[in-house]
Ligand binder design. Structure first.
Ligand code: SF4
Length: 445
């Protein structure tokens, strides 16, 4: 095995890009390739790029340059790969360029540049494939591409229109992951709520049972696996309301990540986002009425072209009224090829950044107040890591990497992937502090 060809892998970008990387890594392992921990040990390097905003393009081009300088043999894939001309203009020496979600094309390029070893040891591949996440949680990609045309975004141009994965295939992957010890599945896509629209919600099969290709039915089926199921990137379609009962019944986590992006109707229209802010406040009220435990996460863009101070103030007012639990914000950054780049009235960079800072400051106060109200409550948490200071875990309202933590200082009697029953004893702006409850409940409730 040590003579097997060795491939280095650099993966940038979002969880969707990480999922593409996992598919390629799984194929490499299945065919007997080794993965190299350093450039010098690799026979070639694959760079999985991101092209979402200009900063990501720069970072991706730098990563390709570094791989070329350190190794010399480089295959480029991922979102930036959809702009092959740009990649080749900056780095003419790359061996091949493919777009995102292109496992077959990447493998064809690998075979051409580095033939697979004879007699691959396919049984070395675990049934759940090769993953980049820790063993206890996994991203489950349910579709690729997007049918929207948000004016600040080039994803539909890079990844194409919505293509939903067959529901049976998604459920079979989820089942393999759960059997391999994964305790939390995080559903991702460009637009999770649109799952099945392209397939006209056709009926698929899983374990001989019919299941419709639709988010509600998919979630209901996943709830039978006994693991946490969390939804990311949910566009606020009316059908989202149908998911709330599943959350209230604890079949899936009471957690919605809904990227609102703004609250002013004129800015939303310029962004080509459909929702109006008053409607959203009503929807939020309804979600909270039907599922009081729900955690709402959203993201916003500040300093969109033409955004006035008054319109930004409206966004701050919305934030105050909506009392969201988790918020991320980006200062608008023009993206090559996105329609919004041509819009007039771009606020200066310092203003865009200052509005982002003001928004996050306002949200920090809301977050601190909401977390302080949890002091004294008991909850089930999933352990992420144990180090010399104690345990770092997450509650049902905390997605990995983007939300806060539940920390148990000086407590070490747990391992990653354990469920613990804890009592909250303190809180700060983003994180909670807890003690284990004696009679701990390790079930995936
Ligand atoms: S919903 Fe809008 S922002 Fe999200 S991927 Fe589609 S076009 Fe881009």
């Amino acid at each position: 095995m040590s003579d097997s060809p060795s491939v280095g892998f650099v993966s940038l970008g979002c969880p969707k890009a990480a999922n593409d990387a996992e598919l390629v890594l799984t194929r490499l392992r299945a065919e007997g390739y080794r993965t190299a921990p350093a450039y010098a040990a690799a026979d070639l390097v694959i760079v999985n790029t991101c092209g979402f905003i200009d900063a990501a393009v720069t970072e991706s081009l730098e990563a390709i340059g570094e791989a070329l300088a350190e190794n010399g043999k480089v295959i480029v894939t991922g979102c930036l790969g959809a702009r092959e001309d740009l990649v080749r203009a900056a780095h003419p020496r790359v061996l091949a360029v493919t777009g995102p979600h292109a496992t077959e094309e990447v493998m064809t390029a690998v075979h051409r540049c580095l033939p697979p070893p004879h007699g691959p040891l396919t049984d070395l591949v675990p049934p759940q494939g090769v993953r980049l996440t820790p063993e206890h949680f996994a991203y489950l990609k349910i579709s690729e591409g997007c049918n929207h045309r948000c004016s600040f975004c080039v994803i539909p141009a890079l990844r194409g229109p919505l293509v939903s994965r067959p529901v049976g295939e998604v459920l079979a992957e989820a089942e393999r992951l759960a059997e391999a010890g994964v305790k939390e599945l995080i559903l991702i896509s460009q637009d999770t709520s649109a799952y099945g629209v392209d397939a006209k919600y056709r009926t698929g099969f899983w374990g001989g049972r019919p299941v419709r290709t639709r988010l509600k039915e998919l979630c209901a089926a996943l709830s039978g696996l006994g693991v946490w199921v969390r939804l990311h990137y949910v566009y606020p379609y009316p059908a989202v309301d149908d998911l709330i009962p599943l959350m209230a019944e604890e079949k899936i986590l009471p957690y919605l990540d809904v990227p609102f992006q703004h609250a002013n109707p004129r800015v939303l229209a310029a962004m080509k986002r459909p929702a109006a802010a008053e409607d959203m406040l009503k929807r939020i009220e309804g979600w909270r009425r039907d599922c009081p435990e729900i955690t709402l996460r959203s993201t916003f863009i500040t300093g969109f072209p033409g955004e006035t101070e008054a319109e930004f103030q409206e966004l701050l007012d919305f934030l105050e009224a909506a009392q969201l639990d988790r918020v991320g914000a980006f200062a608008y950054s023009p993206v090559d090829g996105a329609p919004a780049t041509a819009l007039p009235g771009l606020p200066p960079e310092a203003e865009r950044e200052d509005r982002r800072r003001r928004l996050m400051e306002a949200q920090a106060g809301i977050s601190a107040q909401k977390l302080a109200r949890k002091i004294g409550a008991e909850m089930t948490v999933l352990v992420d890591a144990v180090d010399e200071e104690g345990v770092m875990a997450r509650g049902k309202g905390d997605a990995p990497e983007v939300d806060g933590l539940v920390c148990l200082d000086d407590f070490f009697a747990a391992e990653p992937g354990d469920f613990l029953r804890v009592r909250i004893i303190d809180a700060d702006t983003h994180d909670l502090y807890a003690q284990a409850v004696e009679d701990d409940d390790r079930g995936a409730a």
